[in-house]
Design a protein around this ligand. Sequence first.
Ligand SMILES: C[S@@+](CC[C@H](N)C(=O)[O-])C[C@H]1O[C@@H](n2cnc3c(N)ncnc32)[C@H](O)[C@@H]1O
Length: 313
Amino acid sequence: MLRKVLAEAMFYQGVALLKEDRARRAALYLALARRLEPQNADFLFAAARAADRAKRGDKAVQYCERALELRPDHPGAHELLTRMFLHGEDYFHVLARIHGHLRPMTYVEIGVETGASLALAAPGTVALGIDPAPAIQFELPDGARIFAETSDDFFAKRDVRAELGGLPVGLALIDGMHHFDFALRDFMNLERVCAPGSTILIHDCFPHDRRTASRERQTAFWSGDVWRLVVLLKKYRPELWISTIAAPPTGLAVVRNLNPSSRFIADNFERLCREFLALDYGYLDKGRKVKLNLIPNDWNKIRELLDRPIAVP
Ligand SMILES: C[S@@+](CC[C@H](N)C(=O)[O-])C[C@H]1O[C@@H](n2cnc3c(N)ncnc32)[C@H](O)[C@@H]1O
């Protein structure tokens, strides 16, 4: 009992100091509170706020993660994790801008669901949506076609160029099965049917926390382990230009300077899966922004990225 009273006294003192913007001093009191009651999610969250204010981002992430392990629905920890990394217009707005700017002749979207993202394709774009369980609720652009099958089936049995009237894929979005190995296959299959100057977008590659990034879906909001794809491409395909836009809720990666004739992923698929499935989520505890090439969600910067002339002949 005395322990609990003491812990709370330390906690309230820490919170009061935080309000006065004395983050480092607050951290000392909050550390004492945690030592007395290590399983208290609110204490961990307060420590995360202090670390964030003291510009110790990695520490703040770790405290938030631990708070969420103890209380998965801790609203403050979710909010802080998002605010620390992501900002500005959400992914739908950014995607709409990208469509409006690139005006691609062709667009392929893997993972359509309600059609909210497919509906953003500009009029005149030949748009294909692939999803084994589409549940369309949005008005789709004229001529958009839905293939009610998995992306693996789609690529195995269809001639994508023929479906696009003989053109390469100009813009693609990977937002289907949120498992790294599926996203890797989607990337490999799409790149083959792109032109070097095409753009591949990958949704959900800046994960929020360990639970929402797990391979088994545990939560309504789920990014899965797609983030591993960014780490893989950075390591093994250095010729690609990869940036993850800090768009809520889980980032949107832009991949350019493609090499449609690359066989690297196909030739090494099993080995790559083994290597990257063994990479624990804890890899992102430190330096997550750099590891996932996070860039500000700033339209001028995004436009520069999209307009950069490609380097592959
Ligand atoms: C997050 S939703 C897509 C949301 C949509 N892009 C949007 O932003 O409005 C993911 C979708 O991927 C689909 N999906 C699951 N496995 C798939 C697969 N193997 N190939 C293609 N789509 C898949 C699901 O049926 C689900 O509708």
